[in-house]
Design a protein around this ligand. Structure first.
Ligand code: C2O
Ligand code: CU
Length: 492
């Protein structure tokens, strides 16, 4: 199912060997990696945990079942039999205790995307925990430190491109917001069970087809987008979904005319960036990846895989298409915003999509939420390589798990200089931290960032959450084809 253990830090029996991580200079005794079982991990957690914190308990059953995607019934894997899985909603500072029950025919884990949580609960097999076998259970228990729109999904193989994903919404009791209505919209590209394909077979086809010099009907550049600077994707998903619904029977957000509506947008897609718009409405972007931004009002918004955006709008009167166009793929996902009666055509033209969408280039984080100015103590290059022909997607010339770790010590400021030497965009995601970029509009806090072809961008990270963390491309197929590395804290 995965080949992640060769350089894993977590060996069988939860022991850590110094040989697990190579390539670090200096005192060999001090060059041991911080294991998820280390006291430093527990110490960081105890700082986050308030005495008497509320404990929220959830049971999460990963299972195979038949799911109705709005007219299309598929046999797939999901949490609790629905796509997306049921949202988990907690308050900042709560302790979340989730019992994962694995009824899948494969091992699995849960990764809590966007949270700076304790390292032994981060859900990467062999790095943070042993994978949970079929029939097995695992209890995730951690303090939830970060408010905002987050989500969770497995970190095993291609499971994310089945139905195994759900929102994790963390409210900030000190900042409840002044909206009248809230809706979470999860965007996804879907292929499992529709036309004989499944994500594992798709990955095999990509790897094998490419090594044989391409296969029938497969152009080297299947999809293209100027906005994304080149290739727009590798996989031809037949369906695009909002909240698990096709355009044939879309999800509806109900409100009253004049309501202030907060939409929490999550891109759970494997291979698709979306352009998002609501017909007849302007959107004000107020947050991304759990951090507030200086508000920007726009007609449309670009959302890469793994990214989240919170937007607010003032609802007009009637029924309006809510559209997420698969960028470069000429298909769309849709929902409906309804404040009155009337028919709505979700396939209609969307004037809001004619202008340039808002991207990270337009966004900046308010001063109070920025990292303090500080020179980096350690700088690592993160060179992204690869192409469709070989379907080897590399970091610093190597495939995971052979990429030398990007090492750091607790308390340091790290700089990851990401350079994209490919002809395709890569949504780069760092676990357990929120980095800061200096974008066109100013400093911006993110945990997932689209890095376009030819782009070079520095991610600044405050190393305050000890452990072993993945940094990887959130194109699921790229990640599985090698584009992953570890951001590895060393002891001492
Ligand atoms: Cu959604 Cu490793 O991440
Ligand atoms: Cu990628």
């Amino acid at each position: 199912m995965n080949g992640w253990n060769r350089r894993g830090v977590l060996a069988a029996g939860m022991t850590v060997t110094g040989a697990a991580i190579t390539g670090c200079g200096g005192d060999p005794a001090a060059a041991e990696p911080v294991a998820p079982t280390d006291s430093a991990v527990a110490a960081a957690e105890s700082v986050r945990r308030a005495p008497g914190a509320r404990v929220v308990e959830v049971e999460l059953v990963a299972q195979e079942s038949t799911v109705d995607l709005g007219g299309t019934r598929v046999r797939t894997w999901s949490y609790g039999g629905s796509v997306p899985g049921k949202e988990i909603r907690v308050a900042k500072g709560d302790v979340l205790k989730v019992r994962l029950v694995n009824r899948l025919p494969a091992e699995t884990t849960v990764h809590w995307h966007g949270l700076a949580l304790r390292n032994d609960m981060d859900g990467v097999p062999h790095l943070n925990q042993e994978a949970v076998p079929p029939g097995g259970e695992f209890v995730y228990e951690f303090t939830v430190p970060d408010a905002g729109t987050h989500w969770f999904h497995p970190h095993v193989g291609t499971q994310l491109d089945r139905g195994l994903y759900a929102p994790l919404i963390v409210e900030d009791p000190a900042n409840p917001g002044d909206h009248d209505v809230e809706a979470v919209l999860v965007l996804d590209d879907w292929l499992d069970g529709v036309d004989g394909r499944d994500p594992d077979a798709e990955l095999a086809t990509l790897k094998e087809g490419m090594s044989m010099g391409g296969h029938e009907g497969m152009d080297m550049q299947m999809f293209a987008s100027d906005l994304l600077g080149g290739d727009a994707g590798d996989v031809d998903h037949p369906l695009f979904l909002i909240n698990g619904r096709t355009t044939a029977d879309p999800f509806t957000v109900n409100a009253k005319p004049g309501d202030k509506v907060l939409l929490r947008l999550i891109n759970a897609g494997a291979d698709t960036a979306f352009r998002f718009a609501v017909v007849g409405h302007e959107l004000t972007v107020v947050a991304t990846d759990g951090y507030p931004v200086e508000p920007v009002t726009t007609g449309s918004l670009l959302i890469g895989m793994g990214e989240r955006y919170d937007v607010v709008l003032t609802a007009g009167e009637g029924a309006f298409p809510v559209v997420a166009v698969a960028e470069g793929k000429e298909k769309r996902a849709a929902a409906v915003l309804r404040t009155g009666s009337g028919a709505v055509d979700v396939a209609a033209g969307v004037p809001e999509l004619l202008g340039r969408p808002t991207t990270v280039d337009d966004l900046t984080t308010p001063v109070a939420h920025r990292l303090a100015e500080r020179a980096p103590d350690v700088t690592h290059d993160v060179l992204l390589g690869g192409d469709m022909e070989t379907y080897r997607w590399t970091i610093n010339g190597a495939l995971h798990p052979d990429v030398p770790p990007l090492t750091v010590r607790e308390g340091q400021r790290a700089r990851l200089v990401v350079k994209n030497a490919t002809t395709m965009f890569h949504p780069m995601h760092l676990h357990g931290h929120t980095f800061q970029i200096t974008g066109a509009a100013g400093p911006l806090r993110k945990d997932t960032l689209l890095v376009l072809p030819g782009q070079e961008i520095a991610l600044d990270v405050e190393a305050v959450n000890p452990g072993q963390w993945m940094v990887h491309c959130h194109n699921l197929y790229h990640g599985e084809a090698g584009m992953m590395a570890t951001f590895s804290y060393l002891r001492g």
